[in-house]
Design a protein around this ligand. Structure first.
Ligand code: EPU
Length: 416
């Protein structure tokens, strides 16, 4: 299994090109199931999760050609309406095939995603929404069996804001009979990116970017071309890395408006940020100041940036409080950061981080995707060598992270 070996302490400087967003690419690829025509997608990141979703959909009969960051999909010959446990267990986002399969083919069999390192993450809201649209759903032997002659538009109010739940119901509603209103919809930019693609495919959606999506179902969708938006979490991760170790880096192909809440916190920590239409420059020449925050839904501070900011807080001046409100178990990185010399205590869903002067390199283990990113940041800032094990978590969601970091001066290598 691959590991990352980092020799910490180098300042970072230069340019990094940010990849397309994982969490936009995954639902967008699933939209390929909604039409018999061809979708031409660009800025698709090269990630393990993208490979997994393509493998899953190829098993269904979807034709997919991947060429660097372009993917062409054709859903003209889909025959197998099933997502097996073997693949769903490796990636929960596989649940995103449920809405499209059911709305276009009237039937789907999708494994229930199991537990997850960051929380229990049920999919009850996806199921509740589809049932409200008239689907007959049974759960048997770990599988969701869904059937509906044609889904019927209705008003759905989810119990909480759910990103993939909104995306699944949106993909179900675009081919349903009549009007669907999704209240309490997630406003994440990745949901809007999916909605824009669906509109390009002929869907009728109003309220994109708001918490109320109104969809008029159509009989059929057609092919389209689409460029996936920039990955705001990859952007934030690189910004945190520079803020932790110091330097001057410009991130290209990304937009500051995707991550205002995180940028505000970086400024509070002492980073100097400037930006244009498609770039963000970060300069950091001092020890960071501790910043407290609570994770919340977009446009608030993203849970997917919590671990990376915590790494920054560990070596900051002062004490910070980091409260996680989205997932009940997203502090797995705390013990690993403490192994590197951090001083973090957990009280309920709040981590109290007392800033220490420095991290000291040690072997650590990645536990989930964003936890892995926080360990990379800590390793870059640490004195000495840090060896990170289980980096398959990192490969799920970061496109060649170690290459991008080496190109701006980090000493980081992948070892077998
Ligand atoms: N929830 C339920 N029932 C549901 C759906 C959600 O109880 O039916 C709960 C979840 O357990 C959680 C909260 O609602 O406590 C929000 O979960 P949400 O459904 O929004 O999360 P998700 O759609 O499963 C996506 C991202 C995550 C990101 C979250 C929150 C994708 C593929 N995944 O997950 O990304 O953390 O939204 O923003 O879009 C990551 O990239 O590292 C990652 C975990």
């Amino acid at each position: 299994m691959d590991k990352l070996l980092i020799r910490g302490g180098n300042r970072l400087s230069g340019d990094v090109v940010i990849s397309g967003a994982k969490n936009a690419a995954l639902p967008i690829l699933c939209a390929g199931l909604l039409t018999a025509d061809t979708l031409e997608l660009s800025n698709v990141p090269n990630l393990q999760d993208v490979t997994t979703i393509l493998k899953l959909m190829r098993q269904m009969g979807l034709r997919a050609e991947q060429n660097d960051h372009s993917v062409t999909l054709n859903g003209g010959d889909i025959t197998k309406l099933e997502a097996p446990y073997e693949l769903v267990k490796t990636m929960r986002a596989s649940i995103l095939v449920l809405g499209p399969l059911l709305s276009r083919f009237g039937e789907a069999k999708v494994s229930l995603p199991g537990g997850c390192a960051i929380g229990s993450r049920p999919v009850d809201q996806h199921i509740k929404g589809l049932q409200a649209m008239g689907a007959e759903i049974t759960i048997d032997a770990g599988y969701i069996y869904a059937k509906a002659k044609r889904l019927k538009g209705t008003r759905i109010v989810t119990d909480m804001i759910t990103v993939t739940g909104t995306e699944n119901l949106l993909m179900a509603a675009v081919l349903a009979d009549g009007e669907t209103v999704l209240e309490n919809a997630a406003r994440e930019p990745e949901v809007s990116d999916l909605a824009h693609l669906l509109v390009a495919m002929g869907a009728r959606i109003e309220g994109i970017g708001s918490d109320r999506l109104v969809i008029q179902g159509v009989d059929k969708l057609h092919g389209a071309s689409h460029t996936v938006i920039a990955d705001r979490i990859e952007t934030g991760t690189f910004l945190c890395a520079v803020a932790a170790v110091g330097g001057d880096v410009t991130l290209k192909n990304t937009r500051s408006s995707l991550l205002d809440a995180a940028l505000d916190k970086l400024r509070e920590a002492g980073a100097i940020l400037t930006s244009g239409d498609d770039w963000i420059r970060v300069q950091m020449a001092r020890r960071p100041k501790a910043v407290s925050f609570r994770t919340t839904e977009y446009p608030g501070f993203p849970t997917d940036m919590q671990a990376q900011f915590m790494a920054l807080n560990c070596i900051a001046e002062g004490t910070s409080h980091v409260t996680e409100t989205i997932f009940e178990n997203r502090f797995m990185h705390v013990q690993e950061l403490n192994r590197l010399g951090a001083a973090i205590d957990i009280e309920g869903n709040t981590a109290i981080v007392k800033g220490v002067e420095k991290f000291v390199g040690a072997p650590v283990m990645a536990t989930d995707l964003r936890a892995s990113a926080s360990l990379v940041i800590a390793g870059l800032a640490a004195q000495g060598e840090t060896l990170i094990e289980r980096i398959y978590h990192l490969d799920r969601g970061y496109d060649r992270m170690e290459n991008k970091l080496s190109s701006i001066g980090a000493q980081i290598e992948r070892v077998k």
